[in-house]
Design a protein around this ligand. Structure first.
Ligand code: ASP
Length: 436
């Protein structure tokens, strides 16, 4: 059994967390390839090392002394080292890094969070440390060179049958360090799982997998024990943030399951993410509910547009010109709505509206805001009738006005748009109706 085992920042935030990681690794001899994030928050008032490193950079950019911030970072690492009685000589490297902060690229600087955390973890586990720059080959645009990474891994495995590797960064063809998007260590684990054709990718975090709804909105939502990649993608996109949404792509093709587990409660079943799940006939109708606020809808009315050509595409051309991505496009006979993320048009909404007016001469054009989108996601919805009926009834009974509805062609999700103010109420009503 070949497993990739990744631990997130909260699992590496303190000596106490390091001990939990060690117990997990020692409980299963197949946990030999370990990916580590930068130490996260020890408590809600604390800071993540990665954030502090970005903050150092901001100090340099604004000509403010960054050293006090770097001292905090240094202190966090040395505290872990001393509490665990480790020998790794990181002091000199930390001092050298502190000197070089103004000259390092942003990417190299922030990658030091994962680098030092992994050095300490490797020492504590008694595993060799393998640097991500010697393994993860990235292109300048942030995509991965899988062949080169596989080749690098082969070389590493000639000398090591186990290792600890920092997540979140790799090396571009010119030798420079490049970081992934935030939370990217999930992707590093996934890349290793793919290149080594692992049997399982374990992703250890601080929650026991995915919940059917956001626990800040719904009290004690049920745990999702099994979910497909496709469902997870929909839920992550709509705001369920346990795993980086791009962590699925590298392993999807090889059908490698991801097991999301809780470092603080290793006995919990967690969530198993699989390519396909063959459900019994009475499998759950929905897998989860997720949603996001912060959308707006441009409502365009043009009489008789169903007999004209180029009206919708004219409006979309304008959005392409402004490089705005479209979330949804529900349409009627003489009207259509363009649903967008508000942040994407914050600075040029009125220019966009004026351009659309000029281009397609609508009878009316107006913006409704603010809008929240809620997705109910379930692989079993396409096989059964009545999901939308149930959804309308639940929202109707809760007094929530549906402003938009859309169903993807794969029929694994139904998305509704409601007023921002109705968001929590709508999520609760849907959970009560579908999950209870
Ligand atoms: N340390 C990085 C971040 O905070 C990457 C990670 O934790 O996965 O985003």
């Amino acid at each position: 059994m070949l497993k990739i085992t990744k631990f997130g920042g909260s699992s590496c935030a303190s000596a106490e967390q390091f001990r939990k990681v060690k117990a997990i690794i020692e409980a299963d001899p197949s946990r030999r390839f370990v990916v580590i994030s930068a130490a996260g928050r020890k408590n809600p008032k604390d800071n993540k090392i990665t954030d502090l490193l970005y903050l150092c950079r901001a100090h340099v950019d604004y000509h403010v002394d960054y050293r006090p911030i770097f001292e905090i970072i240094r202190g966090r690492f040395l505290e872990i080292k001393h509490e665990l009685g480790l020998n790794t000589p990181i002091e000199d490297e930390l001092d050298a890094c502190a000197e070089k902060v103004p000259d390092l690229s942003v990417d190299e600087l922030v990658s030091r969070g994962e680098y030092f955390t992994s050095k300490l973890m490797a020492d504590f586990l008694g595993f060799p440390f393998v640097d991500a720059v010697d393994v993860v080959a990235m292109e300048f645009d942030g995509t991965f060179n899988i062949d080169k990474t596989t080749e690098n891994l082969k070389k590493v495995l000639e000398k090591n049958d186990r290792f600890v590797m920092p997540g979140f960064y790799g090396r571009t063809p010119d030798g420079a360090v490049k970081v992934m998007t935030r939370g990217g260590s999930d992707i590093s684990g996934s890349i290793l799982a793919r290149c080594l054709r692992a049997d399982l990718y374990e992703n250890w975090t601080d929650v026991s997998g995915f919940l059917m709804a956001d626990p800040r909105i719904v009290k004690d939502p049920k745990n999702i024990e099994r979910i497909t990649y496709a469902e997870l993608r929909e839920l992550s996109y709509m705001g369920a943030s346990v795993l980086h949404e791009d962590a699925i792509f590298p392993i999807r093709e090889y059908n490698i399951p991801i097991h999301v587990l809780n470092t603080n409660r290793p006995q919990d079943p967690g969530t198993l993410v699989l390519d396909k799940i063959d459900d019994e006939v009475d499998g759950p109708l929905i897998t989860g509910i997720a949603g996001k606020k912060g959308f707006l809808s441009i409502e365009v009315v043009k009489r008789n547009m169903s007999n004209m050509v180029g009206i919708v595409s004219g409006a979309l051309d304008v959005l392409r010109k402004y490089e705005v991505s479209i979330e949804h496009l529900p349409s009627g006979i003489d009207s259509f709505n363009i649903v967008l993320a508000k942040k994407d048009v914050e600075h040029n909404l009125y220019e966009i509206l004026a351009d659309i007016k000029e281009r397609i001469a609508p009878d009316s054009i107006r913006v409704t805001e603010p809008l929240a989108l809620i997705a109910i996601v379930g692989r079993n919805m396409n096989a059964r009738a009545g999901s939308s009926g149930k959804l309308f009834t639940a929202l109707g009974n809760a007094g929530v006005n549906i402003r938009m509805i859309s169903q993807g062609s794969s029929e694994i999700d139904i998305i509704v748009g409601v007023a921002n103010a109705d968001f929590d109420k709508a999520v609760r009503a849907l959970y009560q109706s579908f999950a209870r």
